[in-house]
Design a protein. Sequence first.
Length: 317
Amino acid sequence: MPEPRLSDIEASAVRQATGSGRMLADAMPRLILEARRVAATVIHGLHGRRRAGPGENFWQYRRFMSGEPASNVDWRRSARDDHLYVREREWEASHTVWIWPDRSPSMAFASALVTDSKLERALVVAFALAEVLVQGGERVGIPGLLRPTASRNVIDKMAQAILHDPLERASLPMSFAPSPLAEIVLLSDLWSPIGEVQQTIAQLSATGAHGHVVQIVDPAEESFPYSGRVEFIEPEGAGSVTAGRAETWRNDYQGLVARHRGQIRAETDRLGWSFAIHRTDRPASELLLVLHSRMGTHMQTTSVSSRYTPAQPGRVA
């Protein structure tokens, strides 16, 4: 029986998907090495995410506070000083961090200003963050693709899951119900319609989970360094548009970007989530440090939400 003939559009889509998959497979070893290098650099300067709580390992001594049970006093340590001390153990109950690296077609973009595409940067940061978290005792998963794991070879597991994923993933993760103690890290260019972005964030936060939304952008997507006659092609099937004098579009374009980001920030602020902007001409370690420093804060206090300063060109916000 003869196979059905693909239309030109379908054939083009198949070729593009196959080509993208092969390019990602070819680049994956390099991305894994880079992620491990970045993680090692960051881990070297970290003291971990340790905090007091139920566990077996000693963490620190602290001063005894009025009103506490006398049984909390460590009399041996207190005998060496004029103060009473309490022996605290390290909190050991790991929680789950869900990491979503956007792998939609728009993430493949890389201008002449950078060496890495948005997709490559998102994967490096996702892998490196997973490595750091697992070494800190946490579990890491990818929504709809990889169940939470605390395996020491978490990077390899994530890479294999992505390479063998037969589905074309959308820019935003599908709706799922993370536990209230879970954290979610969303790495995307966030160029989806603002209603879809807001709805996704609201759905993911509905269970009480805390999250971090990171917009990964190419510097050309901020500065709009185009002039003359330019054809802009939407990579996810929305067609193209031609500018006769592209430089005259710059101010309007930058205004639209600012409004789009402002609406995302308003939604994350409303829900107590964080929002950051990362340009691919900046080091991946810069974003990893910022993310790590801001994660877990909601478990230590519920009265203060993460707030970020407005983004400046070339900086994480």
